[in-house]
Design a protein around this ligand. Structure first.
Ligand code: DAT
Ligand code: MG
Length: 139
C-alpha cells in the first residue's frame, strides 16, 4: 500500500469554475498536494490514459470529453490515499454519490463527473508517471 493517489479535475468542473472549491475540499480531506499542473490532454493522450476502457460503449465519448478542455492533474498524499480519495469523490454516477462528496456537489452526469481518482495503488503509480516526471514531484 502506498500513501499517494492520482487525480484530475475534469474539463466540466474546470469550465464551471470549480477548481478552487475542489482543491479546498481535497486539502480539507487531509490530502497534501505533492505534484500539480494545469494542462490539456490531446485526443491521443486521453485515449491512452483511458485505454483500459477502450472496449466500453462510452469510450469515444469519454476520450472526446476528456480532451475537450483544460484539466488540473495532481498527485496527492495521505495515509490510505487511494481508498480515502475514492470516498471523498463519491460514486462514478453523481446520482449515486453520497451527499457532500465532490461528485455529488460538482458532477453533471455519469460521463461529465468532475473528477478522477485512481482505483488502486498500482494504477495510481502508472497514472502519476503518465503525467509527471520525477522532478515535478515534491515531498
Ligand atoms: P471512475 O471514474 O469512477 O473510476 P470508471 O473507471 O468506471 O469510473 O469509468 C471511467 C470514466 O468513464 C468515468 O469517470 C466516466 C466514464 N464513464 C463510466 N461509465 C460510464 C457510462 N456508463 N456512461 C458514460 N460515461 C461513463
Ligand atoms: Mg476508474
Amino acid at each position: 500500500m502506498t500513501n499517494r493517489t492520482f487525480t484530475m479535475i475534469k474539463p466540466d468542473a474546470v469550465g464551471s469554475g470549480h477548481i478552487g472549491a475542489i482543491l479546498a475540499q481535497i486539502n480539507a480531506g487531509g490530502f497534501k498536494i505533492v505534484a500539480m499542473k494545469y494542462t490539456k490532454l490531446s485526443e491521443e493522450k486521453a485515449g491512452e490514459f483511458y485505454a483500459i476502457h477502450s472496449a466500453r460503449p462510452f469510450y469515444g465519448e469519454l476520450v472526446s470529453f476528456m480532451s475537450s478542455g483544460p484539466i488540473v492533474a495532481a498527485i496527492i498524499e495521505k495515509e490510505n490515499a487511494v481508498e480515502d480519495f475514492r470516498k471523498l469523490i463519491g460514486s462514478t454516477n453523481p446520482a449515486d454519490a453520497a451527499p457532500g462528496t465532490i461528485r455529488a456537489k460538482f458532477a453533471k452526469n455519469i460521463g461529465e463527473n468532475a473528477i478522477h481518482g485512481s482505483d488502486s495503488d498500482e494504477n495510481a503509480a502508472i497514472e502519476s508517471a503518465f503525467h509527471f516526471a520525477g522532478t515535478e514531484i515534491f515531498e
